[in-house]
Design a protein around this ligand. Structure first.
Ligand code: HEM
Length: 215
């Protein structure tokens, strides 16, 4: 667990630092994307805010950190939510001219919407003091933020494998977040099972007799 968290923090830090290069007046090795010319301000805003969200996230999941500094957990929570909102808002125009066209644009747009939704749901559960559900939804939200890490692992792998850039980029725009979401969902189910167990009496009266397991 500790090693996994350390690896995650390291990857988040590297990606955050790389993202912050867009704030420099002369961007070193900018991504060769139409957005760099077409939506420079949006790309810069997106990289900066989303980069902060990516770096803040891992600290929020540490039990000792939360227990020892609950106020700081709350403040960093608001920082995460604020930077997700701004990072996602700046990403919207980028989805229109994403590299290799509308298929990748649609992948990023869907990611953007799901990122905002999962974060909003996590906040709602915190306000209602349902911290069990707050944690689950924040894990989903952060898994989506970490799509930025998966994307930057998947792209070089596809290049090393000699796959053509256009179809790879289009596929990875979807795979980078769907893979993370599938992994976190599997982990949540293995770790916590399901939240709401409808009593078997009710379950058996449902079509198919399947218990209603909502999370
Ligand atoms: C999770 C929701 C996110 C969405 C929907 C999203 C969306 C996008 C889009 C559409 C682009 C332009 C891609 C293109 O033109 O083909 C982009 C680029 C970029 N994004 Fe994100 N992104 C997200 C998360 C993040 C995070 C968490 C970071 C933090 C590191 C990040 C950092 C960047 C950077 C640095 C670029 C510029 C391209 C590069 O240098 O690789 N993004 N993003």
């Amino acid at each position: 667990m500790k090693t996994g968290w350390g690896v995650l923090l390291f990857l988040a830090l590297v990606n955050c630092i790389l993202a912050m290069r867009y704030l420099l007046p002369r961007v070193p090795f900018p991504a060769q994307l139409p957005n760099f010319k077409l939506h420079r301000i949006a790309l810069t805003g997106h990289a900066a805010f989303a980069g902060i969200a990516l770096l803040v996230g891992p600290f929020q999941f540490l039990d000792t950190f939360r227990r020892r500094w609950p106020t700081l957990h709350g403040r960093l929570g608001w920082l995460y939510i604020g930077t997700v909102a701004l990072g996602a808002a700046f990403a919207l125009p980028l989805t229109l001219h994403a590299g290799f066209g509308p298929i990748s644009g649609a992948g990023f747009l869907t990611l953007d919407i799901v990122w905002l939704l999962t974060t909003a749901i996590a906040l709602r559960w915190a306000i209602k003091l349902r911290f069990d559900l707050h944690r689950r939804w924040m894990l989903r939200s952060y898994a989506l933020a970490a799509a930025a890490i998966s994307l930057r692992i998947m792209l070089p792998i596809s290049a090393v494998m000699g796959l053509s850039p256009a179809p790879s980029y289009r596929a990875i725009a979807w795979l980078c977040w769907l893979t993370n979401l599938a992994l976190v969902e599997t982990w949540l189910r293995l770790r916590y099972g399901t939240v709401t167990r409808v009593p078997l009496v009710h379950a058996s009266s449902r079509a198919g007799g399947q218990p209603d397991n909502r999370s």
